[in-house]
Design a binder for this molecule. Structure first.
Ligand code: PMP
Length: 392
């Protein structure tokens, strides 16, 4: 029976990792994998997380099951950071822990489907898993253009979707630090989106995977908070895997904003049922470490400081790249300074991307997406010089 299966394409980024690993050049540059790197190219465990993990080792006295909702104090501890003051909007928001942000996106879309959704409007390009999850659920992706050629967001495209979408349609929005473009809506654009959503038949799924890596924890949530304040219903997928550096520990949460508090029990019973049928329960360790950080003033301060250092380092890289704009006019590098987070897309042809890899040992996704955190003082001049040669 299993011989009926057809081979599926390998994950292109994983293939890139292998190519990079096999390259003997000492000055090779990896801009492919989507993890934060320090100026030394490392992806260390946050000190605040190490501190929390030590406490877990010392104090945790059971690893007995917690249930499909996971660690409730982790879920509620995050809420003021995500939603701000009035973190549960008068009792209209509830949540549960998920295996990473990916699990939360999956749960949000599966729950929407259970409630009647058939179509998901998705600004493209997007994180490839979005369309994969939509397709795997048997839903339809309806693409719209996320960005304009000048490197800013195409707000008219999303407003059209929100105004013209049909009842039950979902629009999937990146809360901040858009993957792969780095192009976020401005606060003013978020206001227009929130206003349009307030009277729309379309329900937003807000995917927040990089809070704190753009301009700050509150700043990066400002758009999401405007939407939450305006709409009757919303679904939120949250990842702690970047802003707590927990990647492989798979730490995420899913939240629902309901029309009224009384609706939450029924909605969450459906989310619970879907979780049980998929992963049963989320992994505990990383979420427990985040909870300990959030509950402890000292660890919280340490975490926010570490996050601030990461953000500033990436800002510096963006500014250095933007300063090369005049030397390589075709790449619109100037726009990178106003974009956010780990990623940017450079308008390079596949030939140019291959040349950068073959001639200069620079590894990036075939889409032209670069991880700006792959650049640092030791390699950024080489990178700019190579870009100048290949695309200047
Ligand atoms: N959403 C977006 C837009 C992402 O880029 C990512 C991470 N690459 C996620 C969700 C999920 O992250 P994770 O499952 O690793 O928590």
């Amino acid at each position: 029976m299993l011989d009926a299966l057809k081979a599926q394409p390998a994950d292109a980024l994983l293939a890139l990792i292998k190519l990079h690993a096999a390259d003997p050049r000492a000055d090779k540059i990896d801009l492919g994998v989507g993890v934060y790197r320090t100026g030394d190219g490392a992806t260390p465990v946050f000190k605040a997380i190490k501190g929390a993990e030590q406490r877990l080792v010392d104090e945790q006295d059971s690893k007995s099951y917690l249930g499909p909702e996971g660690d409730g104090a982790f879920v509620s501890g995050l809420m003021p950071h995500i939603f701000g003051e009035d973190a549960d909007r008068g009792g209209r928001i509830a949540g549960m822990q998920t295996p990473g942000g990916t699990g939360a996106v999956r749960l949000a879309l599966a729950l929407a489907q259970k409630a009647g959704t058939r179509r998901v409007h998705l600004g493209t390009p997007s994180w490839p898993n979005h369309a994969q999850i939509v397709a795997d659920l048997g839903l339809e992706t309806v693409p719209f253009d996320h960005a304009l050629p000048d490197g800013t967001a195409n707000v008219e495209a999303v407003l059209r979707v929100v105004r013209e979408g049909e009842a039950g349609d979902v629009v999937l929005l990146h809360g901040c630090c858009h993957n792969p473009t780095g192009i976020d809506y401005t606060d003013e654009q978020w206001r227009a989106i929130a206003e349009a959503l307030a009277t729309s038949a379309v329900i937003p799924v807000l995917d927040i995977a990089y809070q704190g890596l753009g301009h700050g924890m509150d700043e990066d949530a400002a758009g999401v908070r405007q939407v939450i304040a305006a709409v009757p219903e919303a679904l939120v997928a949250y990842s702690c895997d970047k802003n707590f550096g927990l990647y492989r520990d798979r730490v995420g949460a899913f939240y629902v904003l309901a029309k009224k508090p009384d609706d939450l029990d029924t909605i969450m019973s459906n989310a619970n049922m879907l979780a049980r049928a998929t992963w049963s329960m989320p992994p505990d360790h990383g979420g427990a470490a985040v909870r300990i950080v959030l509950e402890d003033e000292g660890l919280s301060r340490e975490w926010l400081d570490e996050l601030g250092d990461m953000r500033e380092r990436m800002r510096g890289v963006r500014e250095r790249l933007a300063a090369a704009d005049a030397a390589i006019p075709g790449l619109n590098l100037g726009a990178l300074a106003d974009q956010n987070g780990l990623f940017a897309v450079l308008p390079l042809s596949s030939d140019q991307i291959a040349k950068l890899r073959e001639d200069h040992g620079i590894y990036m996704a075939g889409s032209g997406r670069i991880n700006v955190a792959g650049l640092h003082r030791g390699n950024i001049d080489n990178f700019i010089a190579a870009l100048e040669k290949v695309a200047g």
